[in-house]
Design a protein around this ligand. Structure first.
Ligand code: ATP
Ligand code: MG
Length: 320
């Protein structure tokens, strides 16, 4: 079977280091080896907020982040949910394949509801994992580079694909999740680093912003630095960040820092992150909104062609 890569992000704010080590690095690594689709999941912005907000600006920023980390539009189709009606139409048959109980059991949905500031939980909150099945299956995606929070959703996609094939004949492959070097990077508050939880280091952050964020990060009162994720999560978190950016083990870094304490740990981490982000910032500064519009227009056209073919196949299989 020929593998196809599908992955994406919500345009809800700037991409951060969690995205990089959870998913973006894998995408850059896989592009060119397989056909690759990268989705700007704009319709999913309204799962946990009332309106799409500054959707146009956030979309531009998201695509600039992609280009800055090295996703190459010549080798990856970058496209938007809202531009592909045929993809969205797959949601309807797919919803018929899962039960309400299955939707309610999803642990990532539960976690997101717990962190949502919305007063009422929308129906989309429960059904968006099935929408993600449409994202993955519209292009018959088989490899899905994602972070750990996405594993339950890839399971839903496999369930949808399996049930569709059982009921209507073999149309879809069963995709698999591909986790990155750090499937769950924690933010500066110890929770999952998230765009919408105010705890992230953005890939587009300036040197000074990065330094200020790390300066504010919590540590503990033990001066001697050790790597102990259980008992010293804050210190371990900074060591992990520095280690990822330097390509070194956090334990080794802890030994080097030793008695020089939290101030030295923060200095090392700030320098590591800033060094790592330097080339990404530089590429970003060379691009503008015009580049993004061109890339999306072309990507949307290519993704749409693919979606039209899949929807036609689905209708035929179902006997419409
Ligand atoms: P939001 O808070 O708006 O939901 P997010 O930071 O969770 O934003 P998403 O757009 O929901 O980002 O996720 C995009 C991709 O990045 C997914 O594959 C997700 O698994 C991955 N990802 C997000 N945060 C992390 C993280 N902290 N560590 C590893 N991977 C992550
Ligand atoms: Mg998220």
């Amino acid at each position: 079977m020929n593998d196809v890569v599908l992955t994406g992000d919500r345009p809800t704010g700037p991409l951060h280091l969690g995205h990089y080590f959870g998913s973006l690095a894998n995408r850059v690594e896989l592009q060119g080896r397989y056909p690759m689709y990268v989705l700007v999941a704009d319709y999913q912005v309204i799962t946990d907020r009332d309106t799409p907000g500054e959707i146009r600006r956030n979309t531009t920023e998201l695509v600039l982040d992609y280009l800055a980390v090295g996703i190459d539009p010549a080798r990856a189709v970058i496209f938007q949910h809202s531009a592909i009606p045929e993809l969205n139409q797959l949601l309807l048959p797919f919803l018929s394949l899962v039960s309400v109980a299955e939707l309610q059991r999803n642990p990532t949905v539960k976690d997101e509801i717990a962190h949502s500031s919305q007063r009422a939980v929308s129906g989309l909150m429960f059904t968006y994992p099935v929408h993600q099945a449409a994202d993955i299956l519209f292009c018959k995606g088989t490899l899905v580079p994602v972070g750990k929070d996405q594993l339950p959703h890839v399971e839903v996609t496999r369930l949808v694909a399996r049930r569709f094939n059982e009921r209507y004949g073999p149309v879809f492959p069963l995709p698999q999740a591909l986790m990155g070097e750090q499937p769950l990077l924690k933010g500066l508050d110890g929770g999952k680093m998230s765009k919408s939880r105010g705890n992230a280091i953005a890939l587009s952050a300036t040197e000074d912003e990065t330094a200020a964020l790390i300066r504010k990060a919590r540590t503990d009162s033990d001066r001697h630095i050790t790597f102990d994720e259980e008992r010293r999560p804050e210190v371990a978190n900074l060591l992990t960040l520095a280690g990822l950016c330097l390509g070194r083990s956090p334990r080794e870094l802890a030994e080097e820092i030793g008695d020089r304490g939290a101030a030295e740990l923060k200095r090392v981490t700030t320098e590591a992150v800033n060094e790592f982000l330097r080339p990404i910032r530089k590429r970003r500064a060379e691009l503008d909104e015009g580049d993004v519009r061109r890339i999306l227009a072309e990507g949307n056209e290519r993704a749409r062609e693919r979606a039209v073919r899949t929807l036609e196949e689905v209708r035929q299989a179902m006997g419409f």
